[in-house]
Design a protein around this ligand. Structure first.
Ligand code: NAD
Length: 442
């Protein structure tokens, strides 16, 4: 495969990033198998994807500490097996040397002790922050000799901002980047995305924060020939919801209410306990069921409560109230108890492999074929898990037959992907209640 692949994790000492780093090292050392990796099965397994053994990690972080310290906690919580942590110690210690001080806008009490350099960076206008972040990416490339670079946003969820319109145009984003007033500066995720795109790196946003999904950056990514995908990894409750909601449509059953209650105990849960962070997460979680059912009258609700003792074991209880023939009401309930980081980490590795492939193939713009990984996918409005997976498989099959050159469903010249084809059968009969699938050119 040639030279190694740089993987730059924003939020490098966070829980998901830590399991990604140890997971890649464990795969390299043959200490684990590929269970949980989507790219290890089906037509994706036939693609010429980089191996996690080729990944060299670095990243930005705002907290003090180390990846190994985070791992200690995850070993105690039985998220990382002790023998894996021990065997991969040296790999991770090497990658720790590639972690640099990141940019944090505003204060974040749930993060604890911050790195000493954070305050100085926070005083700079956005444009200067982007320059600093870009310099870190260049220095990493030069020092480690990695070829292609994929930046993955894994930092804490940002507060929901209602002034996003300002970053829709290039001129608007430029103005916000020059602003002296920190309140007018775009959020950190947008600055990280801008830095990645300008440096020609692929960008993956695993969080609900805006990242590269603002208008000006969607356009800039296409101009720079950079692939990107997001937003917000679909790993638990929403994964199940988007697999089940199409069932109601296909049986022509009328969903009346879909209520979701989530309990989460890790640092992500502590951050999400703040109302402005919760609003950002709840929006991406709530969106998919409404989009699939296409019925504005469905009552939906998503709550996320912080329950420290649960640690990484997220529990979700969903209650679905629906009506069948002759108006008879019925209910479906499910309880999901997943280990959040164990579910997320292999998907991050998948996304790095797919983003690297797109980068290599010159595919610019939104990776609509990666929609099945996200709660709020960029480049398509398809939320049905089955149709999203079909789109990924169609992409993989087409790329396997045309190994070089831009692939299908690309942002630069979007074609109708499997995810965007008309529905059939009973679902089509429900057309008036379901929003049509549209492909956004991201
Ligand atoms: N299953 C999952 O775990 C899952 C699913 C979907 C989305 N996500 C999202 O992934 C992200 C990471 O989740 P986690 O459980 O690892 O959280 P975490 O709190 O363990 O890690 C986040 C890390 O980001 C760092 N950070 C915060 N702001 C930063 C900034 N501006 N720059 C650089 N670093 C910053 C924090 O210090 C922390 O180390 C969250 O946004 C979460 O909502 C996770």
């Amino acid at each position: 495969m040639g030279s190694s692949i740089g993987v730059w994790l924003v939020g490098a000492r966070g829980g998901v990033a830590t399991v990604v780093a140890y997971g890649a090292a464990a795969l390299k050392r043959g200490l684990t198998d590929t269970t949980g990796l989507v790219t290890a099965r089906g037509p994706c397994a036939d693609l010429d994807l980089a191996s996690p053994a080729e990944f060299v990690f670095g990243g930005h972080e705002v907290r003090k500490g180390s990846i190994a310290e985070t791992a200690k906690g995850l070993v105690r919580e039985r998220v990382i097996p002790a023998e894996v942590a021990e065997a991969c110690r040296e790999d991770v210690a090497r990658w720790e040397e590639n972690v640099r001080t990141g940019f944090l806008d505003g204060s974040e009490p749930a993060l604890g002790r911050l790195d000493g350099g954070v305050a100085a960076l926070a005083r700079l206008p956005g444009a200067e922050v982007v320059e600093r972040l870009r310099a870190d990416l260049r220095e990493f490339r030069a020092r480690t000799g990695v070829g292609r670079l994929v930046v993955v946003h894994l930092a804490s969820t940002e507060a929901l901002r209602e002034d996003g319109k300002a970053w829709e145009t290039r001129a608007g984003l430029e103005r916000a980047l020059q602003a002296k007033d920190p309140r007018a500066r775009p959020p950190a995720s947008v600055l990280y995305a801008a830095a990645a795109i300008e440096e020609g790196c692929a960008f993956v946003n695993f969080t609900p924060s805006p990242g590269a999904s603002v208008g000006a950056l969607l356009q800039r990514a296409r101009e720079r020939g950079v692939p990107h995908c997001g937003n917000d990894g679909k790993t638990g409750e929403t994964l199940v919801k988007t697999a089940l909601a199409p069932m109601f449509l296909s049986r022509n059953l009328r969903v009346l209410s879909w209520e979701g209650y989530n309990l989460l105990g890790n640092r992500d849960g502590a951050v999400l306990a703040q109302p402005d962070r919760l609003a950002a997460k709840a929006r991406t979680k709530d969106e998919s069921v409404r989009r699939i059912l296409g019925d504005a009258s469905v009552h939906t609700h998503v709550s996320i409560d912080y329950v420290p003792s649960l640690a990484d074991w997220k529990t979700a209880w969903d209650f679905v109230h629906f009506r069948g023939f002759l108006g008879v009401p019925m209910t479906l309930q499910f309880v999901w108890q997943g280990c959040d980081k164990t579910l997320a980490a292999p998907l991050v590795l998948d996304l790095v492999r797919l983003a690297d492939l797109s980068l290599r193939r010159g595919e610019a713009g939104a990776m609509a074929h990666a929609a099945c990984f996200f709660k709020s996918p960029i480049g398509t409005e398809e939320h049905d898990l089955h149709r999203q997976v079909a789109a990924l498989e169609a992409y993989a099959r087409e790329v396997a037959t045309r190994p070089s050159g831009p692939g299908p469903g690309r942002g630069i010249a979007p074609r109708r992907s499997a995810a965007a084809t008309p529905r059939s059968g009973a679902a089509r009969g429900r057309g008036s209640r379901r929003r049509g699938s549209r492909t956004r050119t991201g």
